[in-house]
Structures are given as C-alpha cells and as structure tokens.
Design a protein around this ligand. Structure first.
Ligand code: NAD
Ligand code: DAU
Length: 328
C-alpha cells in the first residue's frame, strides 16, 4: 500500500512507519513539520520519502499526498502541559491542519485515518470508556483533538468520505520525547535528578506499548468501517506513583529522588479504555506493562546518542519553565 503518514517523524508515527515498511512492505511518504518533537533520526534506516511541511499548508499537503492510496494523520501537538502554557499551536494544527488534510484526501477520494486519544472522553472514576461515551475533554490539548475528531466525522456524514478514527490510551516505548512521564522519569533516574510527581501521584493511566498501538491502527486502517471510531487501549492500568517506583527499581535510582510537585491544572484522574470493538477486528495487545517498561528502560540505556542531544538543547529551557520553581 502507498501511505501518506503525517507526523511520521514523531514518537508513535515513526514506530508506525517502521512497522508498515518492515512488516507490511508499504511505500510511505512522511509529511512532518519537524517541531521540537519531530526528528529525522527517528526514521534512520527506514526507507521512506520525506516532505518537510505542515498539515495546515495546502501546498505541502498537495506535494506529499501525490500517489497515496490512504492518509494516516499522527501530526499533532501532544503534550498536555504545553497546551496549558501555550495553546495556540494546538488550535492551529488540530483544527486548521486537520481541515486542510481532510480536504486534500477528499479531493482525491482517499481513505483517511485520524489518530486520536482517550483524553477526548475526559476522566472516568470507575469502569471503562466505550466509543459511545460522551466527549468531555479537560485540556486545550484534548479539546482541540476532540474538535478534530468531530470534523473528521462530519466529512463522512456530509461528503460520504471514508474516514476512521483510532483513539489510543497512554503510549510508551522507544523514541518517546522525554517531556512525557515515562521517558522523563527514566532519564532523570539515570542522571540522579528529582522525579517530579504531580499532586498525590494516584492518577491512573492505561499503558499501551507503542508497537501494539501501531498494530491496532494497522487493523483499523485495513478493516475499520467508514465513519466509525475504534478505541485501542492498553492491557494494564497503574497509578503514576507505581510507574515511577518501578522505574526507580529498574534503574537502581535512589527512591528519595521522588518529589511531589504542584498538580497539573484540570488534571484527569483516571483513563480506562474499553477495546472490544477493535478486538472484534482481530487485534490484541501483545505486550504487558511489566515487560514493555523493562524493554523501554533498556532502550533508553542503550541509546544515549538519541536522547543526549535532546536533553541538552531547547528541552532544558522547557524543563526550567515547567519544573524550575517546584524543584528549586
Ligand atoms: P509526538 O509529539 O511525538 O509527534 C508529533 C509529530 O507531529 C512530530 O513529528 C511533529 O513534528 C509533527 N507535527 C506537529 N505539528 C505538525 C503540523 N502542524 N504539521 C505536520 N507535522 C506536525 O506525538 P506522539 O506521541 O507520537 O502522538 C502522535 C499522535 O498520537 C497524536 O495525534 C496524538 O494526539 C496521538 N496519541 C498519542 C498518545 C501518546 O500517549 N503519546 C496516545 C494516544 C494518541
Ligand atoms: O492518554 C493518551 C494521552 O497520553 C495522549 O493523548 C497524549 O498525547 C500524551 O501526552 C499522554 O497524556 P498524559 O497527560 O496522560 O501523559 P503525560 O506523560 O504528560 O503524563 C502522564 C501522567 O503522569 C499524568 O497523570 C501526569 C503525570 N506526570 C507527568 C509528568 C510529565 C507527572 O506526575 N509528572 C510529570 O513530570
């Protein structure tokens, strides 16, 4: 298959491109703006064509979409804390970007898959979200992702376009930018820096190994019904504190590095995603959290050449802004 993968230089997108090229023999063009989170190195050794540009730029979309049979859209601003500090780019990429890309796919009659998130449903104390759960996003990140989902669905209802939406739970694994909980804690543990836990650390996340999310997206791309939403959730749930304590054990770090800091505003307490609908398409998560976390710690240990340049660049400024006052 010939795929246009937008945001393919980011964490999940690059894992997806690698899986599609190596395991399915797909021909892939990546369209990516290369924001702070997008890196050409993430695709090293993976044959692909590359267009440097934004999904909200019709000329870049027209160039990249040439010859594609389907479009998969990962392109997004993805960090909740950044959406609280500076929401502008979230609105632009998720609203305008999704619109321009949808138009490009509609003009050419292409199948379109939107990569979305469980955060569109908000927080759930008990039980699990289904695809029918109300949309109650809490942050500018999740609100703009929700807007994008609704626009995608309108293109099927109004224009009969073949769209599908995949909503994933919290991903982890190789190539994740170290602003997110798991890589941030792993790298801080390696260097003996404080491990900043928001609030009481009892928030629950539903962890999904990145390659399992990628295979779920592949299943939905191949077998999902037009106009439908498919949740792709991880096999395990745990509190943030449990995750950090396990990272402390795996890295041999000093447990006294765990530091409670001010909570995130509007912080969702728990995510839990029911995945029965995508299971009915034949998908199943393969990697339990215990095993995936061990592999992830090992990957960061073995790849300082990937993360050292990130940690010494702009990331430092972000880190100071986000944590400086609470970590002293
Ligand atoms: P990421 O931040 O690692 O990568 C995002 C990529 O999109 C980067 O390569 C970036 O350069 C690119 N990008 C950003 N704005 C763009 C624009 N306007 N035009 C073109 N490219 C642009 O993100 P990720 O964690 O890999 O997430 C990928 C997708 O999966 C997102 O849509 C996100 O909402 C969704 N998602 C993420 C998770 C998770 O746990 N990380 C879970 C569920 C869903
Ligand atoms: O659920 C899917 C979502 O998962 C994706 O849509 C988002 O793109 C992705 O960023 C992620 O969102 P979260 O906000 O859940 O992920 P994050 O890694 O930022 O935080 C995970 C949990 O850990 C959350 O409860 C906040 C907490 N946390 C995070 C950081 C960065 C801390 O306690 N300390 C931290 O320093």
């Amino acid at each position: 298959m010939k795929l246009l993968v937008c945001g393919g230089a980011g964490f999940i997108g690059s894992n997806f491109v690698r899986q599609r090229v190596e395991e399915h023999g797909d021909e892939v063009t990546v369209l990516d703006k290369l924001t702070y989170a997008g890196r050409r190195e993430n695709l090293e050794g993976v044959p692909h064509a590359f267009v440097h540009g934004a999904i909200e730029d019709p000329a870049a979309v027209a160039e990249a979409i040439e010859g594609a049979e389907a479009v998969v859209n990962f392109a997004a601003e993805t960090h909740v804390d950044r959406s609280i500090a500076e929401p502008d780019a979230f609105v632009k990429t998720h609203a305008l970007g999704t619109f321009v890309l949808l138009e490009g796919a509609r003009e050419r009659g292409l199948r379109y898959l939107q990569v979305s998130t469980d955060e569109v449903y908000g927080s759930i104390e008990e039980g699990s979200f289904t695809e029918e759960s109300p949309l109650e996003p809490s942050s500018p990140y999740s609100a703009t992702k929700t807007g994008a989902d609704l626009l995608v669905q309108s293109y099927t209802r109004t224009f009969g376009m073949e769209t599908v939406i995949c909503r994933g739970s919290n991903n982890y694994g190789p190539f994740q930018y170290p602003e997110k909980l798991i890589p941030l804690m792993i790298l801080n543990a390696f260097s003996g820096d404080p491990l900043p836990v928001y609030g009481d650390g009892q928030q629950v996340r539903n962890w999904l190994y990145v390659r399992d999310f990628c295979s779920g997206i592949g299943h939905v791309l191949a077998h999902g019904e037009a106009g439908e939403v498919y949740n792709v959730g991880g096999p395990d749930e745990c509190t943030n504190l449990e995750v950090v304590e396990r990272i402390v054990e795996l890295t041999g770090a000093d447990p006294s590095l765990i530091t409670y800091v001010e909570d995130r505003p509007g912080h969702d307490r728990r995510y839990s995603l029911g995945s029965e609908k995508v299971r009915a398409l034949g998908w199943e998560a393969q990697v339990r959290f215990e095993q995936g976390l061990e592999e992830t710690v090992a990957w960061y240990r073995e790849n300082p050449g990937w993360w050292e340049p990130i940690r010494s660049g702009d990331y430092r400024e972000y880190y100071e802004r986000q944590y400086g006052s609470s970590l002293g």
